[in-house]
Design a protein. Structure first.
Length: 271
């Protein structure tokens, strides 16, 4: 039986293509997550001559990797051709490639990293298996993904507003992998020493419309395949933003936005 198609990958690519032009104005989460991944890599004593940045966006992680960790060759890829082109402006070796059908030879890389991209993959176990096959023996895989509690405040407000204004709730929530299952997925894909843990990045906004603009600007808006295709009603948006402020605003009037980041780490078995 084939895996269900949860995400519209064509829509994911379109959203990233559109976001590439102004990504630098909205990439705070990509930058923060990249910094945290570098901190983790600094605890590793191994050298990684050939590395792959999978789902590279605008090259936020690649810029931090270049010239470090023994990396001599660094290749960056993204589902979006526009994002790959943006990353290439720093002189990176880049290409447009789908994480679900990777075009690289087996045993090609010493290190594969991925920064906030794999949560849009339909078949995550299959993608992890492909990634493990790309790695040389004793190679390292490290990836960050958005977790299930991401934007819980906004999602709660939107659900209540849709129920009140439209009498039902449309699919808006991605079925993120749970941290309790992530280690098992790594082990199932053939990784040794699997580790999965969570961080939370808390941000506040004076205007929730700025949060929505940041999500669009990172290409992180709804791409669930069975999503509503039309525009959300203005009344629904207005009620949702009112509920967001009423339920979650702090004493200073600013509204919190929580981004849960799941980090996966695994090694390929040494021969």
């Amino acid at each position: 039986m084939s895996d269900p198609i949860v995400f519209d990958r064509t829509q994911v690519r379109r959203q990233r293509d559109r976001a590439a032009a102004t990504l630098a104005n909205h990439d705070f989460l990509l930058q923060e997550s990249a910094d945290r991944m570098i901190d983790r890599l600094e605890d590793v004593t191994r050298q990684f001559p050939v590395a792959l940045d999978l789902g590279c966006h605008g090259g936020e992680l690649a810029r931090r990797l270049r010239g470090r960790f023994g990396i001599e060759t660094l290749i960056s890829s993204d589902l979006s051709p526009n994002m790959a082109q943006l990353a290439a402006q720093d002189g990176s070796l880049t290409l447009a490639a789908d994480e679900e059908t990777l075009p690289f030879a087996e045993g090609r890389f010493d290190l594969v990293v991925s920064n906030l991209s794999l949560h849009w993959v339909n078949d995550l176990p299959g993608a992890l298996l492909q990634i493990r096959r790309l790695l040389k023996p004793d190679g390292l895989f490290m990836a960050s993904m958005l977790g299930g509690e991401t934007l819980r405040e906004l999602r709660q407000a939107m659900m209540e507003a849709e129920l009140a204004e439209e009498g039902g709730v449309s699919p808006r929530v991605s079925p993120f992998v749970d941290v309790r299952d992530a280690g098992a997925l790594l082990q199932r894909a053939g990784f040794s020493l699997p580790v999965a843990d969570l961080d939370v990045v808390d941000v506040t906004y004076g205007d929730p419309m700025t949060l929505l603009a940041d999500l669009r600007g990172m290409g992180e808006t709804n791409a669930v395949k069975v999503r509503r295709k039309g525009f959300t009603r203005r009344a629904t948006i207005g009620r949702a933003l009112g509920l967001y402020h009423e339920r979650f605003a702090g004493e200073d009037g600013r509204m919190p936005a929580s981004f849960q980041i799941l980090t996966l780490t695994g090694w390929t078995p040494a021969k």
